[in-house]
Design a protein. Structure first.
Lengths: 201, 257
């Protein structure tokens, strides 16, 4: 009887899918220290790179906590949340959150931090403005300069993209199905940019 | 002083008495005469300065021009300290500080790995000698650009051999793909490029009239060895020198199987 219960419990556990447990960065640091002391530099480096990845993931989870749970009347979609780390690649912290309102209104917020490739966006913003393009406007959100772009689809639907660089990080806020620019800016102003910047720098 | 003037006068008298009508000889005598005069003047004036206690100026002052300074002191990150700093920052939820400390630790380890590789390289290769003052290890502390190790050998008749090792760079993961593309280039009739085997690894060698020879060997998962040779008389000559760079030893030092 006991054996049957244990087998059933195990089967239920497997049926749900065994989760991938996050590693503990402190454990990685211990491994790195042990490997370094034994002269195994390659193993020490690998453990440290793993630790960087874990720290990035922890940072990304903290950023998620800071993000608004609703944008105007649009609640966020927990199933579509993403956090990631590109410690081995070009990017560092990666965070994505989606918001879904009454069709066709939707929004998404993305933060990519620690990327040396993104510093160039600042240079684009520093370029002098030639002429006035109503579809490409410079805006100021939470004390940070950004670029707001409006696109008009073939069916007349309007979409917006706000790019807000800070240091070597980039926050991108995309919206669809919202016509008023002021509504877009009001939503953007609820993003705690300064706190996010402080966390990811 | 009087001895110098005496020797100058004597030399001039000797030269004047022995003039030959031949033009070439005359030119030789004029040069000799000028040389003796120049030496005598230099010696007289230098002695005069020494006697007067006058130090020769090091260099004329020019505003805005940097003339002295010992550069920056070499700083090698303390790996154990950086790991401890990362732990402390983690404990106080300072993720940014922790990340910076971890990168510093990776940087310190990569510098040590790089120096181990440099120590494993020979001090002379063929007719060229290592310019160890120019040894270079650079690390970004992250995987995108990874670590770069470089040693320059020079000597002989303007011969130069530059050995570069790139390690743990995400960008280098595509080296194998590049090799595959280069195979096409080879079959397309390029005469300055060919694929070869170098110490049990697939590699390719290139020749350019201005840049000389270049041997590129990807190894491991994301590492590459590039050997460039200037002023080598032939491919065989260059390969004989390149063959003295032990790739298996480099791999061993980098912990690559």
């Amino acid at each position: 009887m006991n054996r049957t219960l244990i087998a059933m419990a195990f089967a239920i556990f497997l049926a749900q899918g065994a989760p991938l447990f996050a590693q503990d960065p402190v454990k990685n640091l211990d491994e790195a220290r042990t490997a370094y002391r034994s002269g195994d530099l390659e193993a020490a480096r690998f453990a440290l790179q793993q630790a960087i990845r874990e720290v990035d993931l922890a940072t990304a989870r903290e950023v998620l906590k800071l993000l608004p749970e609703t944008m105007a009347t649009m609640p966020f979609v927990p199933e579509k949340e993403e956090v990631g780390s590109g410690a081995m690649g070009f990017a560092g912290v990666y965070v994505h959150r989606s918001y879904l309102g009454e069709s066709p209104a939707s929004a998404s917020l993305q933060v990519v931090a620690g990327s040396p490739l993104l510093a160039g966006i600042n240079a684009i913003l520093a370029l002098p403005v030639v002429g006035r393009d109503p579809d490409n406007q410079r805006v100021r959100i939470g004390g940070y300069r950004g670029l707001l772009q409006r696109q008009q689809g073939n069916g007349g639907e309007t979409s917006w993209t706000l790019q807000l660089p800070f240091g070597s990080s980039l926050l991108t806020f995309s919206l669809e199905g919202i016509d008023e620019q002021q509504a877009v800016l009001d939503m953007a102003n609820t993003i705690p940019v300064e706190q996010i910047a402080r966390l990811v720098q | 002083m009087s001895r110098i003037v005496y020797s100058v006068v004597l030399t001039l008298l000797f030269l004047a008495s022995d003039l030959n009508p031949l033009h070439a000889q005359g030119r030789f005598i004029r040069r000799l005469q000028q040389e003796v005069e120049r030496k005598a003047i230099e010696e007289i004036f230098e002695k005069g300065k020494e006697e007067a206690g006058e130090a020769a100026p090091a260099e004329a002052y020019r505003p805005g021009r940097h003339r002295m300074g010992g550069g920056l002191s070499q700083e090698v990150p303390d790996v154990e300290q950086a790991i401890s700093d990362a732990e402390t920052s983690l404990g106080s939820n300072d993720f940014g500080g922790s990340r910076a400390a971890l990168r510093r630790a990776v940087w310190g380890i990569e510098l040590q790995m790089g120096h181990q590789v440099l120590e494993s390289l020979p001090l002379t290769v063929g007719g060229v000698e290592a310019l160890t003052d120019h040894d270079r290890v650079s690390s970004s502390g992250m995987g995108f650009s990874g670590m770069l190790i470089e040693r320059v050998y020079a000597g002989g008749e303007d011969m130069e051999l530059v050995v570069s090792v790139g390690n743990d760079a995400g960008l280098l993961g595509v080296a194998g793909m590049i090799l595959a593309a280069e195979m096409y280039r080879e079959s397309a009739g390029q005469e300055h490029f060919k694929q070869i085997r170098f110490q049990d690894h697939r590699a390719y060698i290139e020749y350019d009239d201005y840049e000389g020879y270049a041997l590129t060997t990807p190894f491991g998962q994301s590492s590459i060895l590039v050997i460039r040779g200037l002023n080598y008389s032939s491919e065989e000559d260059f390969m004989a020198s390149a063959g003295q760079i032990d790739l298996h030893r480099i791999k061993q030092k980098l912990g690559i199987q």
